[in-house]
Design a protein around this ligand. Structure first.
Ligand code: 3H9
Length: 695
């Protein structure tokens, strides 16, 4: 028997334990170990029942994601689960930690399921561009009903043990020690002679077809462009229409189709890149690097960003001082916090007690002295170097030695900010994205002198507050905004050359972004974009300065959705419509600049929006701003709505072929000049040597 599954006879009960750290993924060794253990239990006449349990960190996180893409290796999980379910002796799944994907499918193949109260269960395959391919789509609706199964399978929702009990997914909770409880439970089953319950033998409740149609409609709206959720619905539907075995065949066929699809490949890449981004390569070997304790956080500035950041910590149960010199601004900030929580509560996402608890964790103050005890202070004041340096000078005086001082800057040089202090090794960037309490990305920026321990702490704290942290180095705009600036530049150039905001927005929307650059600008605020442009005018080329469409729209007081007009016009419900006034403004602008307007094709729009970003990504790698292409993809997936089914800009570039991107860069270089379109040396080298971003 493989070592990753142990078999231990405890009297007449066999304890079968999966031990495959870190998450008990169902690798080939685990699958064969499980099948062998069940057979051994079957054959051993002293054994009357079996308990299946996961060692240490959980039951199982499902199929081994790293095995996907390789030829399937026997035994298949499907067959192992069949062996479990067909066992003549009761098999009890004892679930602690996580039972996800194939892990939950194994539990569904068992005859009984008990769980510790802190366990969580789910079938999140859809998030990897897959469907549960080991019977999950056929067994779950039979056990908990079609509606609940659809929610778990199509949305990948993970449920708590308490909810699982209500749904009938587990038979009992084990508040004490799970292993002892499971052994007692098994003995009870043996003593009572209770027959085994095979989920595959249960009837699947017939379901009204409109349930499926409604789901399809929701998925097409909410998960635009994704194939897997639609296949998930079809698989559950098959459970209601076909006998179990036929349904299983249908599920398997769709699983194989999805597993081989580019979308799933991209989504698996996104999953693994996210995990890889959490580890800083040049620190991995230094095992002695610890992290600093963060028990109290300070946030300077109670504007939209500052309050959002404070909420992130309160949500994670970390006390946070919110400091703002102006009492009125502070009160406005706290009102915003309460409003945001109240909105979550109204949607059913938070109880009153939990909301009160979180608000109480945010301690407002007008006095900087309150920051003396903070272990980490995050500055979220106006985006101007001198302003930030002044704040850091003050923080350096007030904060205790060893406290980390972080800037939420989205562009500025962390090293220059650190120069304002006598502790540059404790200074770094922690770039949150707006709205900070919602957006998952945290772009951590290490300065030239930032201590490894400080970097490691920032990564750990990022994970603690539920963000996806990525570590980058100092450059103008870091990874995300530096790449975005290239897309923004081309979008405006195309406006003056002949495109319309709605045309550009539609191309990017159809590509899979939640919205295009102009709809985005209206949402974020034209005034916000304008302020940013003003602060960066010195960095712009003469053509970028002259392409001042944003300035003109700003001058009309059209600040976007909040004023009912920006690049578009908005009604009271914020529904968008094209505004002829803006079209006229753009046409007039082209005329004044002597630019002859022309038809710009959708292909050109897409190329001119995406390829400069890919080129800039290559430059970021070349300059060592990031260590891996995956870090860039994660920044774009988590911070800018790049569609996960395309895996991020650099993964996408590999898929369409780097020579294709390179040739297009050369084509535009001829028309628009070296300044904007010169291919990165790294890209050129990769194309010459037939390499890709990902091997
Ligand atoms: C499936 O089951 C298909 C079946 O229906 C059909 C089959 C026929 N495999 O996230 P973390 C690694 S599809 C391999 O940082 P956490 C992860 O890469 C699967 N490795 O920890 C990382 O490795 P490293 C459906 C996996 O505590 C390490 O474990 N299941 C897998 O924050 C720690 O991960 C899922 O989609 C895996 N399945 O969160 C569940 N899972 O240290 C996916 C994790 O080398 N997993 N790793 O970077 C998760 O959601 C989270 O990892 C989990 C732990 C909640 C389990």
């Amino acid at each position: 028997m493989a070592e990753s599954v142990s078999f231990d006879a405890r009297g007449e009960i066999a304890l079968i334990k999966i031990e495959n750290p870190p998450v008990n993924a169902l690798s080939q060794a685990v699958r064969s170990g499980l099948a062998a253990a069940i057979c051994r239990g079957e054959q051993d006449t002293r054994i009357k029942a079996m308990v299946l349990i996961g060692g240490e960190r959980g039951f199982s996180a499902g199929a081994d994601i790293r095995e996907f893409g390789e030829p399937p290796r026997q035994p298949l999980l499907l067959d192992v689960i069949d062996v479990i379910e067909r066992s003549s002796k009761p098999v009890i799944a004892a679930i602690q930690g996580t039972a996800l994907g194939g892990g939950l499918e194994v539990a569904l193949g068992c005859h009984f399921r008990i769980a510790s109260p802190d366990a969580v269960m789910g079938l999140p395959e859809v998030k990897l561009g897959l469907l549960p391919g080991a019977g999950g789509t056929q067994r779950l609706p039979r056990l908990i009903g079609v509606s609940a199964a659809l929610e778990m399978i199509v949305e990948g929702t993970v449920v708590s043990a308490q909810r699982a009990l209500v749904l009938g997914l587990v038979d009992e909770l084990a508040p004490g020690g799970l292993e002892a409880h499971a052994l007692d439970f098994a003995r009870g089953i043996v003593a009572s002679g209770k027959p085994v319950r095979r989920v595959s033998m249960l009837d699947c409740e017939p379901s009204d077809q409109s349930v499926f149609e409604a789901y399809v409609e929701t998925v097409e709206r909410k998960r635009r462009g994704y194939i897997a959720p639609l296949r998930c619905i079809a698989a559950v539907r098959a459970a209601t229409e076909l006998p179990f075995k036929k349904g299983l065949e249908r599920e398997r066929a769709m699983f194989l189709e999805l597993a081989a699809s580019p979308q799933s490949k991209a989504q698996r890449h996104a999953f693994l890149s996210e995990r890889a981004a959490a580890k800083i390569p040049d620190m991995r070997a230094k095992t002695a690097i610890g992290t600093l304790p963060i028990d109290l956080v300070g946030v300077v500035g109670a504007g939209t960003m500052g309050t959002g950041i404070a909420m992130c910590f309160a949500n994670a149960g970390v006390p946070v001082m919110l400091v703002e010199a102006n009492a009125d601004n502070l009160e406005r900030g706290m009102a915003l916090v309460r409003k945001n929580y109240a909105r979550t509560m109204a949607r059913g996402g938070l109880s009153q007690a939990e909301m009160d608890k979180r608000v109480a964790l945010i301690r407002p103050s007008v006095s900087n002295d309150q920051l003396a005890q903070a272990d980490l202070v995050i500055e979220a004041v106006f985006e101007e170097l001198e302003v930030k340096q002044k704040v850091f000078r003050m923080l350096d005086q007030i904060c205790k030695p060893g406290a980390i001082l972080a800037s939420n800057t989205s562009y500025l040089n962390i090293d220059l900010i650190a120069d304002a202090t006598a502790r540059p090794e404790y200074v770094l960037g922690m770039h949150f994205f707006s709205p900070a309490n919602v957006m998952p990305l945290l772009e951590n920026v290490r300065g030239a002198r930032t201590l490894p321990q400080v970097c490691a702490t920032a990564m750990k704290i990022g994970k603690l507050i539920g963000k996806t942290p990525v570590m980058v180095r100092v450059c103008d705009g870091f990874v995300g905004n530096r790449m975005l600036a290239k897309r923004t530049r081309e979008s405006y150039f195309m406006l003056e050359e002949g495109a319309t905001p709605q045309q550009i927005d539609k191309v990017l929307y159809d590509f899979g972004f939640p919205m295009g650059p102009f709809a985005m600008s209206d949402l974020a605020g034209v005034d916000v974009g304008w302020l940013n442009r003003q602060s960066r005018l010195a960095n712009l080329t003469s053509r970028e300065r002259a392409c001042d469409i944003l300035d003109q729209i700003h001058a009309l007081g059209r600040f976007g959705q909040k004023t009912g007009a920006g690049f578009y016009r908005y009604d009271a419900d914020r529904h968008r419509s094209v505004d002829p006034e803006i079209e006229a403004l753009i046409v007039n602008h082209s005329k004044k600049r002597n630019i002859e307007r022309r038809q710009i094709s959708d292909v050109e729009i897409l190329e001119r929006c995406l390829y400069p970003m890919i080129n800039e990504g290559a430059k970021l790698l070349e300059e060592g701003i990031v260590d891996r292409p995956g870090d860039i993809d994660v920044v774009w997936l988590k911070g800018y709505g790049f569609p996960a089914f395309l895996g991020g800009p650099l993964f996408y570039a590999d898929q369409i072929g780097l020579p294709v991107v390179y040739e297009a860069l050369l084509k535009y270089q001829v028309v628009h000049g070296d300044q904007y379109w010169k291919p990165a040396a790294l890209l050129e080298n990769m194309v010459r040597s037939g390499k890709r971003f990902y091997t």
